[in-house]
Design a protein around this ligand. Structure first.
Ligand code: SAM
Length: 237
């Protein structure tokens, strides 16, 4: 079975429909991921089943939680090879997606893949999250932030919440550790104006546990945040 056949047969069980437009884009994405990975290390998951389930389906689970509207702005922090941001851009052509990462060579691949896939609603930003979050052009400008496999939640909140408008949402894609990470993030949430709205738990085909933590931004971030990287690492909130 092809990546798309595996994806479609599994997505149906989660009530996720794969349109023919999305199918074409993701088919190309899978092909390009394999090609680019021969040049640079983009992802360890490269078999068809893994790409279909652990990358594409995992990222599309966001659609079960988020209510993206036309014109919404989404920033994917630490996008790596484009997960979940490029999948979101492919699935929602009416949403504006910013793919941010501190590793330039990955972004070069992502930019090329987006172009080859025919994704026109994504831009890449090569910057550290804690630097971009200080800049007026990015600060509190997004309806949604997303992140997968970037940092533990209490640190991730300092990376992501600066981008989110008050009333907007951060969606944190996590594994089995989600509940423990929320326990450890109480101070970070309080300091940065975040409130847990819910946790949506999923089991991927094959049994891996996934959780999407939905964090609402309820107040402005104090100007001193985000702090510089060294401080965040030394004294996480
Ligand atoms: N989100 C992708 C995924 O789920 O496959 C990539 C995960 S990869 C393990 C973590 C990525 O986050 C790397 O590409 C790294 O460069 C990026 N990253 C880590 N800390 C960052 C920061 N402070 N600002 C921007 N990008 C960061």
């Amino acid at each position: 079975m092809s990546v798309i056949d595996i994806l479609k047969s599994n997505a149906a069980d989660y009530g996720i429909e794969i349109s023919s437009d999305l199918e074409g884009k993701l088919e190309k994405y899978a092909e390009l991921l394999k090609d680019w990975n021969e040049k640079i290390n983009l992802t360890a998951i490269l078999d068809d089943e893994g790409i279909a389930v652990k990358h594409f389906l995992d990222c599309l689970l966001v659609s079960k939680v988020a209510d993206f509207k036309k014109g919404d702005r989404v920033i994917d922090v630490g996008t790596g090879a484009g997960f979940p941001g490029l999948v979101i851009a492919a699935a929602y052509p009416d949403v504006e997606v910013t793919l941010l990462d501190s590793t330039g060579k990955k972004l070069k691949a992502v930019e090329n893949m987006a172009q080859e896939m025919g994704v026109k609603n994504a831009e890449v930003i090569h910057m550290r999250a804690e630097e971009a979050g200080k800049k007026p052009e990015f600060r509190e400008k997004y309806d949604f932030a997303t992140a997968r496999a970037v940092a533990e939640l209490r640190v991730l909140l300092e990376y992501t919440l600066p981008f989110v408008k008050v009333g907007g949402t951060f969606l944190s894609l996590k594994g089995a550790s989600a509940v423990d990470e929320i326990d450890g993030a109480k101070n970070s949430l309080k300091t940065l104006g975040g409130k847990i709205e819910g946790i949506n738990e999923f089991t991927l085909p094959g049994g891996d546990k996934r959780a999407i933590i939905n964090v609402k931004k309820i107040s402005h971030i104090p100007p001193k945040f985000p702090r510089v990287s060294a401080q965040i690492a030394k004294k996480p909130l």
